[in-house]
Structure formats: C-alpha cells, structure tokens
Design a protein around this ligand. Structure first.
Ligand code: FES
Ligand SMILES: [Fe+2]
Length: 456
C-alpha cells in the first residue's frame, strides 16, 4: 500500500487527464480542461441500499415520481399520433405528439376505472387513445372525447376526466418527463449539461442501435458498473492501450457528474510505456480485420492525433459531415456524463452511447438497461427510423446484438461482475461497499442524491 494522503487529496500518480490532453495537437473544448472533483466523504455505502425491498419502495415513493427522466428520443415520435410508453417501476406514462406537433405526456391510466391504456414498453401510432375496457376515448391532447352511454355519467366532464398530464420537455433530441407537475424546470435540473454539450450536436444524431437487457443486479449497482474506470484493468484486461486510461472524475451541482478517460495515450503509470507505434497498432486493431495497413506515426507525432485524424475523416465520409473541428479528445476519448438518477450520455464521436437504467418494480435484485448507439445524421439524407429494440434476457449475451460491435463482449464482462455483486451483497459480513475517494466519487454522488429525496 502506498503512502496515505488526507481523504480527498489522493490522485493517481502520473499526469492528470487535463495534462494528458494538453499534449494533443488540437485544442480540447474548455469543459474538458476543467476539474470539478469534490470530496464527498468516505463512509461505506450500506448493502441494504441495494438489497432491501423497503429501500426500493422508498425510492419508488419518494424519488422516481419527482425526477426528470429520459423517456425517449424525439425521433421515436416524429408525427402526430406517434406514441411511446415509458415505464418506471409501477409508474407509466404515454409520451405522444399532438396534431399541432407538440410533445405531451400523460399518466398511462384510464380516468374511468384506471385501466392502463397502453401496454408496458409499447410504441406505435394511434389517432386517439381508446381504453380497451369500456371504450372511453381521449384525443392526442388528452381530452376525453367519447364517453359511451354518457347518460350514466352526469358527474363526468371533459374538464374532470381528461387524461392527467405530466411534465415533458426536450434537450438534445431527448424527451424527458417528470411525474411531479410542480417540479423544477428540466433546464435547471440538467445544470451544466447543455453548456458542456455545446460543441456536440446531440440533437442531430439518430438511433442506430437500441438494446434492452434485463440485468441480474439492483439498478444502482448496474449504473455504478459504468461510473468508474477503476475496474477496467482487471475486468476488461486484454487491450494494453485501453487498460490504463487516465481519467478525470467530476461532480457538478446537483444532478450531473462525469468521467472522461483517454483512449490511446501513454499513461506514465505503466512500468514500460508503449511506444507511439505500439499504441497506433492497438488503436488500429479496433477497426477490425478489414482496416488495411496500420499507418506509421511520424517522429514527434502521437498515435492519438494520427488515429483521431483517420476517425474524423472516415466518419466524415460516412455521415456526410466535416468533423475536422473536433479535437482529438472529442473524437477518441470515453466521455461519459451522468444525469441523476438514471441517464448516461457519451457525446464523443467514437463511443456514441446513451444508457438508461430502470429498476425492476418487483425485485430489487434486477433491473433494466436500455442502451442506444447514436450516430450523426447525414445532412442530405433522411435519418433511418429507430430500429427495433433488441431484447436480451438475463442470460443472453450482448454479442447477440450485432450493432454493438466489439463492445458486446465488454458489456458481458460487466454483467458477470453484476451477478457476482448481487450474490456478495447478501453474504458480505461488512455491511457496505467501501469506495475509492476519487475514482468512485460518482457512486457516492448517486447515493447522496437519492438520500436527498428519501430524507426530504
Ligand atoms: S376503465 Fe377505461 S373505459 Fe372503463
Ligand atoms: Fe466495464
């Protein structure tokens, strides 16, 4: 064990992420050069936060109904009458587009006797919402427009029995909902996010792949598997250039945190640093067997800069855009922002994911992971409609979802850890998870934000 510093002072030896990217030939966007780490304490996180049905119920009662959540992308509901159901625990909302192209969201329950109007996860088109039980009909604007045998309902009116609307707003092409009609605005909730994403046109992306997988772990532990790069060396051992990232961990008020880690840069922590040409070959290996010959890195240049140039050019051709203004860090690095409580977005060019996690309402040991790949829209071509969601059960490998490429096997490695954690949570005598102060600060941030709602 190395020499101990005061809690919160410790950082990985070698250079910081910010120092690493200043060695790139291109200038990174200003938010990449910021440090916003905050020491949030070092107490253990109780395992009951993950295993206790009472804790899950408290989250369901006090947190999920009050927070903004990503319900879908705008392209899921491009035309009037398109709808998408968003389910979170026992809550369910219908998100739709009205005749005037407004996006609205309603609680998915008939105002007669409560029947859910649409099935879980359903999506499609309808001219109006018709309840399957007795046939009450609601317009796309949520108004009660047909009441069969209305002679029996003198006490019911359009005013009293139209669908209950919930808050809806958009950012970056995503549609967010909030079941709490008195909640703060989405813009306030997102904090620094829009400012940090100014140089990425997230709204101009389309969904290339969508996958929904049931995971054998509590929703928080599932998220936590993606919040730190500390596990990469052990869990995803194999790619020398990827196994020693240099990472910045940052926490922003109140709902945002991030990591950004380098891809393909020399980490001074490595006992024998790779040469630039070795890094180049490792990066080139990502392109698959048809990549052709690996370029030579000229004297004085870095593999990162050369490889980023190739990526920008190839993706530029593929998507009909000019990405030359993207910095090396924007192009290559693993840039992951988290919006409390369940949304992750990677705005970088090479790793284009968005994640959403949802609890299983009946069992805290399981959760759902919605995974999207977002690609830049070709300016002259209509984007393809969202593809069918690939549904994966607990035992299904991500490699069944072809669109995930080399990441399928990586996600499988993460899933094995999740199942093992769920088993360990139940038998571990210690009572809680011990977190690293720096690399695992985002996990603590998540738990502290949940506690803010549960204690309120
Ligand atoms: S419950 Fe919907 S019409 Fe009766
Ligand atoms: Fe991982």
């Amino acid at each position: 064990m190395s020499e101990k510093l005061a809690p919160g002072q410790a950082r990985a030896p070698g250079h910081t992420y910010q120092e690493a990217i200043l060695k790139d030939a291109s200038e990174p966007p200003a938010p990449f050069l910021e440090n916003s780490y905050e020491f949030l304490g070092d107490d253990d996180i109780p395992y009951t936060n993950y295993t206790s049905p009472e804790y899950a119920e408290a989250e369901m009662e006090k947190m999920w109904p009050r927070v903004w959540q990503m319900a879908c992308r705008q392209e899921h509901i491009p035309e009037p009458g398109d709808y998408q159901v968003y389910d979170i625990g026992h809550l369910s909302a219908i998100v739709t587009r009205t005749e005037s192209m407004q996006i609205k969201a309603y609680i998915n329950a008939c105002m007669h006797r409560g029947t859910a109007l649409k099935s879980p996860g359903d999506n499609g088109y309808c001219a109006s919402f018709r309840c399957p039980f007795h046939g009450w009909v609601y317009s796309l604007d949520g108004e009660l427009i047909e009441l069969p045998e209305d002679w029996d309902f003198p006490h019911v009116s359009r005013e009293s029995h139209s669908l209950r609307e919930i808050l809806v707003d958009t950012w970056g092409g995503f549609v967010f909902v909030n079941f709490d009609t008195g909640a703060e605005s989405l813009a306030d909730f997102l904090g620094v996010l829009p400012e940090h994403f100014k140089e990425f046109n997230i709204e101009d992306r389309y969904i290339e792949t969508q996958v929904c997988k049931r995971l054998p772990v509590n929703w928080k532990a599932a998220e936590e598997a993606f919040m730190e790069a500390y596990h990469v060396k052990e869990t995803h051992a194999g790619g020398r250039d990827f196994s020693e990232p240099v990472t910045t961990y940052d926490v922003y008020p109140k709902n945002v945190n991030r990591f950004i880690h380098t891809v393909g840069s020399v980490n001074p922590r490595m006992p024998v640093p790779p040469t630039e040409q070795e890094l180049m070959e490792a990066l080139w290996g990502r392109r698959g067997p048809d990549a052709g010959d690996c370029p030579q890195v000229p004297e004085g240049a870095t593999a990162r800069d050369i490889y980023a140039g190739v990526v920008k050019q190839k993706l530029g051709q593929q998507y009909g855009q000019d990405f030359s203004h993207y910095s090396t860090a924007q192009t290559l690095d693993s840039i992951e922002y988290f919006v409390f409580p369940n949304f992750f977005i990677f705005p970088g060019l090479s790793l284009p994911m968005a994640y959403r996690f949802r609890p299983d309402p009946n069992n805290p040991d399981f959760s759902y992971f919605d995974l999207y790949f977002l690609r830049p829209r070709h300016p002259d071509k209509a984007p393809p409609p969202p593809p069918e969601t690939v549904m994966l059960d607990v035992g299904d490998s991500y490699t069944k979802a072809e669109g995930l490429g080399f990441l399928g096997a990586v996600y499988d490695q993460d899933t094995d850890n999740m199942a093992a954690q769920t088993r360990g949570f139940k038998t571990c005598a210690k009572g809680g998870q011990t977190l690293g102060n720096y690399q695992e600060v985002r996990i603590r941030h998540l738990h502290q934000r949940i506690a803010d709602y549960l204690d309120a």
